[in-house]
Design a protein around this ligand. Structure first.
Ligand code: SAM
Length: 277
């Protein structure tokens, strides 16, 4: 009989958040596949668990996927753990789950923390309907496509972001989504846990003096009725419209881009008008 792949959620900071079932599962399986074996070894050492480990991450998921499936087929039970939090949420676990399903191998969740859900519940933004958007691509075209696709989504939006990209991402989010509420949720369950509830235009300048540090989730208000209707700034002249964004802190180039997006016209059109060309 084939074995089972257990998707074991691990803490996102505070080790006290590990569950009894997760510990029991890690103790009982034949092998643990970990995104970062060194990090998982620390976790296992902390809880006094000795178990063979193998790596399964973004850069070896093809070869390792086949190897893990072979072991599962041979009847081994395997636990999959990510760096932190729930397996298969913004990590390569998703691919291993698909591979197991293709191979008729049982997959079972061992539930626990996820940064997205915990950021949402402390954000103060509507939790009834939400959309998890993961990381925005670093590729400019894919990033813009993603932002355009969520622009009129009325669900509360949840993004993950790395600290060194946070400033740029806040700027892109403001340009694409406009003036909305945002909760910047940092270092959940850790010593420096913090929630900044502000607006996107204010968030743009928040890290001008000190660069952001730690792990972040951005929870953003969904598009309201007003956003679906005509943007009120569109009644201004193009000069006034661009200058409004400049006075909010955007560069001239970004202000032109944002005004073009509001009016749904090419940037060149706004640029020419603004410069009286
Ligand atoms: N599987 C994880 C989960 O369930 O949340 C997410 C993995 S993803 C590769 C890592 C991202 O999750 C980080 O860049 C950050 O955006 C977010 N994250 C993880 N731990 C966090 C924490 N303690 N506080 C805030 N954000 C966190």
């Amino acid at each position: 009989m084939a074995g089972t792949l257990y998707l074991c959620a691990t803490p996102i900071g505070n080790l006290g958040d590990i569950t009894m079932r997760c510990l029991d599962t890690l103790k009982s399986v034949d092998l643990i596949a970990a995104e970062d074996t060194r990090r998982t070894l620390q976790l296992l050492n902390h809880f006094g668990i000795t178990k063979p480990l193998t790596s399964y991450h973004e850069h070896n998921k093809r070869e390792k996927g086949g190897y893990i499936i072979e072991l599962l087929r041979a009847g081994k039970n395997i636990a999959l753990v990510s760096d932190a939090g729930t397996v298969a949420i913004s990590d390569p676990g998703e691919d291993l789950v698909s591979l197991c399903i293709e191979n008729d191998i049982l997959v079972s969740p061992i539930p626990g923390a996820s940064a997205a859900v915990n950021a949402l519940i402390v954000s103060g933004l509507p939790t009834r309907r939400f959309a998890f958007e993961g990381f925005l691509s670093v590729n400019k075209r894919h990033r813009n496509e993603h932002l355009n696709a969520v622009k009129s989504d009325t669900h509360t939006l949840i993004f993950y972001e790395a600290p060194h990209k946070l400033k740029g991402t806040l700027k892109d989010l403001y340009e694409a989504l406009g003036d909305r509420k945002i909760a910047i949720v940092r270092e959940l369950t850790k010593i420096h846990e913090e929630v900044i509830r502000t607006t996107l235009p204010r968030a743009v300048t928040l890290y001008d003096d000190a660069p952001p540090k730690g792990e972040f989730v951005l929870v953003i208000e969904g598009a309201g009725k007003a956003a679906e209707e005509e943007n009120p700034l569109n009644v201004l002249s193009i000069h006034e419209h661009v200058n409004k964004y400049i006075s909010d802190g955007l560069s001239q180039k970004d202000a032109i881009k944002r005004a073009a997006s509001d009016r749904n016209v090419p940037k060149r059109e706004i640029y020419n008008e603004y410069h009286n060309l």
